[in-house]
Design a binder for this molecule. Sequence first.
Ligand code: SF4
Length: 72
Amino acid sequence: MSKLIHDRNQCIHCGACVSVCPEFFSEQDKIILNGGTYDADDRGSLEITEDQIPTAQSSVDVCPVACIHIEK
Ligand code: SF4
């Protein structure tokens, strides 16, 4: 199982990840990693399957501040 990571403390709330990858990201008052958990440093984590990695990678690729990562 891999993890999709969102370092929200670096996020500039541009919404690109929500547009490209609504399966994993949504926009409320903050950008939310859907179903993810955020720690005290505002670092979000969501377990993803191997099949979901290509979709998750699209959000990594579009983020202008590189605050989305995949941990394998
Ligand atoms: S693409 Fe990156 S900077 Fe933009 S809202 Fe998503 S996580 Fe934040």
